[in-house]
Design a protein around this ligand. Sequence first.
Ligand SMILES: [Zn+2]
Length: 371
Amino acid sequence: MTVNGLPATFTRDGQELVITPRFGLLNHLPFVVAVTYDGSPETIVGSPVVFGAPYGWIYTDDGAFVGCEPNAASTWFPSDDHPSKKATFTYRITVPDDRAVMANGDLLGHWTSGDHATYVWNETSPMATYLATIDIGNWQIEQGRTPGGIPETAGLDPALADQASGIFALSGQITDYWSQVFGPYAFTSTGAIVDNVPDIGFSLETQTRPLYGFAAGSGTVSHELSHQWFGDSVSVADWSQIWLNEGFATFAAWLWTEHTGGPTTLQSATDGYDRRAATSPFWNQSIADPQRDTMFSSAVYNRGGMTLAMLRNKIGDADFFQLLQTWTRTHRNGNGTTAEFTALAEKIYGQDLDSFFTAWLWQKSKPALNS
Ligand SMILES: [Zn+2]
């Protein structure tokens, strides 16, 4: 353990690592901390945050599937594990030479030495810790560019090579479309990591390259790739504002459906609204202030998506898409809050939207359709 190159003392208190530098740090000057550590990552199981499903470092039949939202990054690297604490990442990963590694960003190189192989991946854009992934296994790699010219790399578990064969083309089309409607793409590459872990059953918007535990279809791919704008580039300031991620990604999947000839976002939202009676527990939480055990609730996703579909209907397409593009531009590679989003919406619309946002985001009951 060193600070600015000098040995430092440390203690560990549960999840917290406390490092004491040899000399005091100077106000407002950068410093470098180097942490050397070893261990075997343990999967998080039984947490109420994700309904008891395993997450984090998950061992697979050929390696590992690593999906860390919200707090599993610190199970495999020391970090300030909070969505507001972004960093660039370089990984140097050594595995048995019959395995390969997929990760965020760009593959700088790989080589073999004896019976081991080393892969160096680099993510040059700031990234929140929960979006970091390194996935070890056998990968069938597809590389190229999206039709719009964004570099793209997909890695597929060979067991899913047929089932998921369309994901490279689909991911390219969707990344390009989101670049038009949400604003320029913030990262150096896009793609997919498709692993065969059907009993895990989740996907995650790992930065530049979403992680799928199965052969994902357009609903899932459009959701995860929209998070590259809403969640990854513009990250929540804290987890209580996660509707800014999941409501937006739910809306985005509806928007992809509309774009490809299906129901409009308003129809998708209205269907979900009509389907749920006012007495349904779905309506009795503030989606802008969920608790630990409701941050991944259906309401955060679906009422969040409805909020945006209803906002689009209320303020019209010109203001609505200007709002989304202004949001992604002004908070690019940073963080955003609900209060900043609603203030920007009012500024662009030019009228007060307090009663609308109170009804859709805060009130613990079913909003009126004309809110
Ligand atoms: Zn999501």
